[in-house]
Design a protein. Sequence first.
Length: 255
Amino acid sequence: MVGYRFWNVGTEKPNMAIIARVHGNEGGLEALENVSTYPISTGSSYFIEANVGAAKRGKRFLEEDLNRVWELEGFYDNSKSIVHERKLAYMLYHNLLNGIGKTLSIHTTTGSTPPMIISPEINPLIHTVPIENVVIYGDRGRYSASMNNFLTKMGKEAITIECHKQTAIEEIEAWVERFLVENGMRFEDRKVDLTPVEKKYFCITGTVGLKEAMEYPDVKNFETIGKGDEVAIFAGEKAYELEGIGFLTARPMDI
């Protein structure tokens, strides 16, 4: 099976990575390919298409969700990792991600949502992307074996951008370019807006099943549900619906 594809852009050994298609049926790759053609004066980064096999078949994954296999049994011993995505996680880490300190991954959703930054914890990378909403999920539940959670445990900084699949490629390009510049890369003859963006932080609190979610038929992402201060996250995400989840819940954080 086809594994991953990567290319190194820049003038020196990479110290960061930009990743698309952790899920093969999601977008973001074209934005990476475009940004990687910008002339660079200093700095270097890996650009990675994570799950080429799933992308070629238009599937989220081939055997198991690539963003749910980090630290599962078999990950550390490649000889026993018979599942495609577990082998892929092993190769991505040991061949590329183990040698760098900062990672940005791009995911696109089927549910209509404002763009958001997803991270297992608050870290400096959050301020390198000009997106307002930040969702912290911690080391819990369905995210315990995510790529970002694993990288964080390995002493690295990792964040994800989640945006709607119809988000303009140019907008994703601007986020990626800002991330690269904030982390030391310099492009020739390009002006990057470095205006700080004030953040709104949310912490994942739980899940709402499909049956319970029917009580909120028109709920929108980051909209308050019920009488408390909890908001809906990933409402309308078909991949979650296949897992029996209507949407996630999150509570505002005071930072």
